[in-house]
Design a binder for this molecule. Sequence first.
Ligand SMILES: Nc1ncnc2c1ncn2[C@@H]1O[C@H](COP(=O)(O)OP(=O)(O)OP(=O)(O)O)[C@@H](O)[C@H]1O
Ligand SMILES: O=C(O)[C@@H](O)C(=O)CO
Length: 426
Amino acid sequence: MAISLGSIADDYTGASDLANTLTKNGLRTVQTVGIPDPSLALPDIDAVVVSLKIRSVPASEAVNAATEAERWLRQQGAGHVLYKICSTFDSTDAGNIGPVTEALSEAAGGGGVLVTPAFPETGRTVYLGHLFVGGQPLNESPLKDHPLNPMHDANLVRVLARQSRGAVGLIDLAAIAAGAAAAKAKLDALARTGATMAIADAIFERDLETLGEIALETPVSTGASGLGLGLARALVRSGRISGSATGEDVIRPVGGLSAIIAGSCSKATLRQIDVAERVMPVLRLDPERLLAAGPDQIAAAISWAGDRISAGPVVVAASAAPETVSRLQSQYGREASGHAIETATSIIAAELVERGVRRLVVAGGETSGAAVDRLAIPAFLIGPEIAPGVPVLRTVGNTQGDMLLALKSGNFGGEDFFAAALAMMR
Ligand SMILES: Nc1ncnc2c1ncn2[C@@H]1O[C@H](COP(=O)(O)OP(=O)(O)OP(=O)(O)O)[C@@H](O)[C@H]1O
Ligand SMILES: O=C(O)[C@@H](O)C(=O)CO
C-alpha cells in the first residue's frame, strides 16, 4: 500500500473531521489511533490520518510524537504530510502548532510552511491573518472561554509567532486571488527572508483549492479540514487519485446498545445536551464531587446508565457552563480537573461498552481521545457525514467486535446532533 497523503491530527475528533473531508472529496481514507501495530491489516487507501492527542501536552512531547508519526507516514509513501490542527487555532504561547510545524518541516528538509485553520463550511475564515469564528473574531467568540486553551488574540501571525522559533509571514487574500503561482512565489519569498511559516488567508473553498495546489508542491503543511479539502481536490485534479471514495458501506448495522458521553463544555455541546434531554435520559455528572470522590461518582453513573440503557440511548455529561468550569479550575487547577474528568468519562464509556454498547457518540476532542484510548480501538473506516466535520466511524481491528462511533468536536453539530447521529448508527 502506498498512500498519496499523510496527516497527523493533534486530537481524535479533529482526525475524524479531516478524514471525513478527505473521504467526501474522493480519497479512500483510514483514521488510525496513533501509529498502528504492523499486524493491523489496512485496506487499499489513498490517505491515512494518524490521530494523536498532542494539542494540550508539553511541546517537546508533541514534537516527538508528531515526528515519529511523520516518519511512519513517509514510509507508507506519503509525499505530503498535513499537520491537522483545530479550525479555532486551539493552542497557547507554549505551542503546540508552531513547535510541531517547525519540527515536521525540518525533518522534511525545511522550506516555508503554509498554515491556515480556515474551514468555511463551519464558519472559520481567515482575513489579513485574523481568524473569524462565524461572524466573530476569535477573541470575541466562545473560544475566549475554552476550558483548556482560552483564545484571546485573533491575529494568527502574532499568535503563531509567540509559540515559534522562526518568523511568521502572511499570504494575504490578494496574493491568493492572483492564483497558485503568485501565492507560491509569496511563500518562497517569505521563506527566503527567514520565515519558517506563513499564515494564509482563505474565505471561500476556491481559496483553499489554490492553497491545496501550493501545499502539494511542499512536503508539509498545517491546517484544519479546509486545507485537507484543498489538498484532496488538488490530488484528484492531478490525476494521481481516482476520487471514487463513498463511505456508504461503512454504516452496515452493528446492533447492540447506544450511549452518548459528553465532556465538551462548548456552547454547541451544552445546547445539544439540553435538546437531547427532551428525548432521552441525561445524567449530568457533578464534577466537583467527581474530583472529590472519584470512584463513587463513577460507579453511581455506571449504575444509573446500566438501569436505563436497555430501554434506549442515554447521555452521561460532565459538561458545564463557563462560570462553573472556571470555579472548578481555580480550585483544582485547569489540567488536573480536565484530566480527572476525562479519566472518569473514559471509564464510564468503557464500562458501558462492557455492558453491550456498540454505538457510541463522544463529544469533545480530549474527551474522545481519552475514551478511544481506554477502549483500545486501533483504527476507523470513515462513513457518511452526520454534520459538517463529523462522520460515522466504523472500528477496524477492535477486540470487542465492530462498533460505530461518532467523535464530535466541541463546537460542531446542530442542536439535535445526538439524536441525528444515533439515527445513522444502527
Ligand atoms: N464541568 C467541568 N469543569 C471543568 N472541566 C470540565 C468539565 N467538564 C469537562 N471538562 C473538561 O473540559 C475539557 C473539554 O475539552 P474537550 O476537548 O473534550 O472538549 P472541547 O474543547 O469542547 O472539544 P474540541 O477540542 O473538540 O473543540 C476536558 O478536559 C474535560 O475533561
Ligand atoms: O478543526 C476543528 O475545528 C475540529 O476538527 C477540531 O479539531 C476541534 O477539536
